[in-house]
Design a protein around this ligand. Structure first.
Ligand code: ATP
Ligand code: MG
Length: 392
């Protein structure tokens, strides 16, 4: 008879905290082996936000292959539907009728025992090992409640979680040393857990001039600052960041390629360009940027695309996100400071519509003074804002 530990988890991704805990439990209970069991569809976590099962499986293998006492099972991944521990244990029990099974759970899971399906049945088939932080009295409480069926084990407190690793990676930071090097390399190679901002930046940098890229980063800073000033929630902040970063993504393309080519690209994606832009294709970069954001940068988000499309001329009925991007583009910190910009900046942090009206007036006047063509949308936006000013 073998003593077999089962370490269930999402392992999204597996990390050194899991491995150290497994090793610790194995030593304390004298287990012969530990099976890591990545969940297929975890019952208590949302599926669409979890990395594909095949990735989580490969990462478990990469993390454990050099330890002959560690193995990885695909029992839960292979099973259709939601993963329930009770089904897993009964399948394992059938495969290994003579072994003694220990199902290992972490401190964060002990509080949700009662949510597990058929928990009493699980306790008849195996021992549940509840690992606790040193000094915690969860063990005592569990012993009182479940007797010998639940073993409380104090293990070293390793402050690593998959959530922490995903957050680090999504914001462009390194998670090195929190997980095995081979898993870290796999994550990098497959581009897992990287947020859209970190994913987009290198491509954008390669496609914009150095000045334009620096300007885009400055708009990102300004848009974040305005977003926080106007109490935007985290979802809106993320849209602001993406729109700011991508607002000029088509600028170089529009200046370098012939109008016919740009027009064909727009037509292909259902966007009709006004004939106004034949003579000044550079001015169409907002509309084309909204198309490129989707086809080149994979951002399919109507709010983000709207803000990119209208950042040059505005449009009637702009959203807060639209307005912040339009204004941030004008006032960002790397623009040369003059009287108009200082005033626009002051207005921007007092009232978005007042800043919009001022910037539109200023832009129209400057274009007229320089003999540049003025696209009708700017005038329409200005009129709409003036007519509705103070009504909301
Ligand atoms: P998430 O942050 O997504 O919740 P996680 O790091 O907790 O991920 P899971 O895959 O949810 O990882 O956990 C698998 C098992 O490992 C759970 O029982 C969990 O409590 C335990 N565990 C996770 N991190 C540690 C750690 N640092 N030390 C000990 N046990 C851990
Ligand atoms: Mg967890």
């Amino acid at each position: 008879m073998k003593k077999v530990g089962i370490m269930g988890g999402t392992f999204d991704p597996i990390h050194n905290g899991h491995l150290i805990a497994a090793q610790d439990v194995m030593g304390q209970l004298g287990l012969d082996e530990i099976i890591f069991m990545p969940a297929g569809t975890p019952p208590l976590k949302s599926a669409e936000k979890t990395a594909a099962a095949r990735h989580r499986h490969v990462m478990c293998i990469l993390a454990t292959w050099d330890n002959p006492k560690f193995s990885v099972s695909t029992l839960e991944i292979d099973r259709e539907g939601t993963s329930y521990t009770v089904d897993t244990i009964s399948q394992l029990k059938a495969q290994r009728p003579h072994d003694e099974l220990f199902f290992i759970v972490g401190a964060d899971v002990t509080g949700t025992f009662h949510k597990w399906r058929k928990f009493d049945e699980i306790l008849r088939m195996c021992k549940v090992v509840a690992t606790t932080r040193p000094g915690s009295d969860i063990g005592k409480n569990l012993a009182e409640k479940y007797g010998q069926a639940v073993v409380a084990l104090s293990i070293s407190d390793i402050d690593i979680s998959s959530t922490r690793i995903r957050t680090l990676l999504a914001s462009g930071h390194s998670a090195r040393y929190l997980l095995p090097q081979a898993v870290h390399n796999y994550i990098r190679k497959e581009g897992l857990y990287i947020g859209p901002l970190a994913r987009i930046k290198p491509t954008l940098q390669a496609n914009l001039s150095a000045e334009r890229f620096a300007h885009s980063l400055a708009v990102l800073d300004e848009a974040e600052s305005l977003g926080r000033h106007y109490h935007q929630d985290e979802a809106a902040m993320e849209k602001l960041r993406l729109a700011a970063l991508l607002h000029d993504c088509a600028k170089n393309l529009c200046e370098e390629r012939p109008f016919t080519e740009i027009n064909a690209l727009c037509e292909k994606h259902g966007v009709a360009l006004d004939s106004f832009f034949e003579k000044s294709p550079g001015l169409a970069h907002g509309f084309i940027g909204a198309v490129l954001a989707e086809v080149k940068y994979g951002i399919n988000d109507a709010d983000v695309q709207s803000a990119i499309a209208c950042h040059t001329f505005g449009k009637p009925k702009m959203t807060t996100i639209d307005k912040i991007i339009y204004i941030a583009d004008f006032i960002e910190a790397t623009r040369p400071v003059d009287e108009a910009r200082s005033h626009a900046r002051k207005l921007a942090y007092e009232e978005l519509d007042a800043a919009m009206i001022f910037i539109l007036q200023n832009t129209i006047e400057r274009s007229a003074a320089n003999g540049k063509p003025i696209y009708e949308d700017s005038r329409l936006t200005l009129k709409y804002l003036e007519d509705n000013y103070g009504k909301n």
